[in-house]
Design a protein around this ligand. Structure first.
Ligand code: SAH
Length: 224
């Protein structure tokens, strides 16, 4: 298993990556279908190398997922952009994020909405992301250590819910905690076949549709 060495956020190299390198990534993400300019602007401004191990920093602006330790990965930038754009097509106030990981997706969501509640089951990832986003001056996020698929009753209802780990189905708790007019964006399926789905809650129930085939790490039970 890949082990990350740093416990402190890797802030040393922030600002070192050229505008050209960051622009190239954003151009790729746009070409693949992320057209929301606000999402692209936030991603362009964000130092992705701060979220990963220094040993991998030469790949920080490649459009790929990378290991972040504990068997987990930072999501592919295109997928982060796609999920954010899809979620914010509907609402941009209170968002529940399941699977904080390194906090990169959290840092893309935060400037674009009022408040993010971000849940991670692995304590060390939860703490590391919390400290990094604090250092990056992101203030409208509440970080929680726990099982995000069980929902977060004390903060519900949510206008949007985004999950970064694949689940076999959409947990009933999440539908219950979604506001009418709200939207869930999450991968469902199994290891060998996963699709990114959208669930919209209306006053008469839910409407679901698929966006595209994806590959996420599995949802895990219990705490790590
Ligand atoms: N967007 C994150 C993705 C991390 S990978 C990033 O770019 O870094 C998915 C994360 O979901 C992992 O950190 C994993 O530990 C977490 N996870 C898996 N099951 C979970 C659960 N039941 N509750 C909360 N987090 C969970």
């Amino acid at each position: 298993m890949h082990q990350t060495q740093h416990n402190k956020p890797n802030l040393n190299s922030i600002g070192m990556t050229s505008e050209r390198t960051r622009r190239r990534l954003i151009d790729q993400v746009r070409k693949m279908g992320v057209t929301d300019q606000r999402v692209l602007d936030v991603m362009f401004a964000l130092p992705r190398q701060a979220f990963i191990d220094e040993a991998l920093s030469n790949r920080a602006y490649d459009n790929i997922s990378l290991p972040i330790g504990f068997g987990q990965t930072i999501s592919q930038p295109y997928i982060v952009g796609l999920m954010t754009q899809t979620l914010f097509n509907r609402s941009r106030s209170k968002i529940l994020e399941i699977g904080t990981g390194c906090g990169y997706q959290t840092a893309v969501l935060a400037p674009l909405c009022d408040e993010v509640i971000s849940v991670e089951r692995i304590l060390k990832l939860h703490r590391r992301a919390r400290d990094l986003l604090y250092d990056l001056r992101v203030r409208n996020v509440k970080f929680r250590h726990g099982d995000g698929f069980a929902g977060m009753k004390e903060h519900a209802p949510f206008d949007g819910i985004l999950a970064a780990a694949v689940s076999e189905n959409v947990p009933e708790e999440l539908i219950e905690e979604l506001a009418v007019g709200g939207r869930i964006v999450m991968p469902v399926g199994r290891d060998d076949h996963q699709v990114l789905i959208v669930v919209d809650k209306t006053s008469s129930g839910t409407v679901q549709h698929e966006i595209e085939t994806v590959r996420f790490v599995p949802r895990l039970a219990g705490l790590g």
